[in-house]
Design a protein around this ligand. Sequence first.
Ligand SMILES: [Zn+2]
Length: 435
Amino acid sequence: MIMRAGQALGLLLAMVGAATASAAEFRSVRYWDASDHTRVVFDISAPIQYKLFVLESPHRVVLDIPAASAASLGVPNSTGVVRGVRTGRQGKNLRLVLDLERAVQPKTFLLAPAGEHGHRLVVDLFEQESRPAVVKTEAQLRPSGERKVIVAIDAGHGGEDPGALGAAGSREKDITLAVAKSLAAEINAHAGMSAVLIRDGDFFIPLEKRYALAREAKADLFVSIHADAFTNKAARGSSVFVLSQRGASSEAARMLARQENQADLVGGVSLGDKDSMLAAVLLDLSQGATMGASEVVASNVLRGLARIGNLHKRELQRANFVVLRSPDVPSILVETAFISNPAEEKRLNDPGHRAKLASAVTEGIREYFSSAPPQGTWFAANPQRPSHHVVARGESLSAIAQRHGCSVTALRETNKLQSDNVWAGAVLKLPPRQG
Ligand SMILES: [Zn+2]
């Protein structure tokens, strides 16, 4: 898996030059019906460039592909929203026409060879009303003043991207979905919080698209769920990551980032849509404030996980995960455990253990929103002072007292402090609230 990442990158670079150099052939077409979209997959002999447009009466999606040819694609049975596929020439271009039942919103991307599959062009035809995979939340419907905070939960991998494989054959994509569903249920069971699943079934979503969906859902927080894998089967425990812009905190973290980003190298090339251009622009914006918030929530989640079991890394980890690049939504990635460790793989398959994980992560999330409630939310209207405070680097006792609405004296007495000097990382007990 780690090896293949480099290869995929090579293929991407080749793609740029290949578009004009060699003629791609469209060899076959496959369909897949999802609840909210129809997926059409073309098997192609080489990477391509293409233009996509949508026509009405009758509804069609048209793709023009320079220097390409089509084998007889076979007459497909109509499926989902697709009535049929036609090919023809338009000048020097191959023209592909998808005849449709009704208007759709197309999303397209290329997939590099993986497993038994070669190069593919994927055309997802989304029903216009529904948003892809995002479950509607009650939060958006509530009158203003006391909305719930929205937590977007991203089950890592999915569909053609199985993620890591467990010692006994569990697939990471199945584990992450099960954990994500359990986490969503736990979050929804708490006052003031509402969960949105970025992926609620076994399908592939490009990494950039995942945080775009969270932003569309107006998420206050993005949590990506994964399960780690390592060649050493003894590796165990949870880790929590935030985005690093300046390199990962360790070589292992760098390797993991390559592994987790592999889906993006394979499938994240989006030529027909504006998404990737928008994403590139967004990446240039300052992520400073968001990254600070991400660190706070990640530390809280790490503490929550420490309560239920072993941590792989006690410190917050930093890596350049594409999925964490949202410029304005605090984002964390949780490697729940090592799927490559037989004991942990077994636990990940146990609904009881997944519920424990969900509860630990939720506790961390709840503490974060309590300590920094977004304006207009239930948390802002129902302040719950935490019982403890972890001293940040450079934080003074008076700043801590001010933040928690207590006096320096009370803080000093509660913690039996001899002076006002506090060390970063120290855990202070907060005095009981007055009146
Ligand atoms: Zn993963």
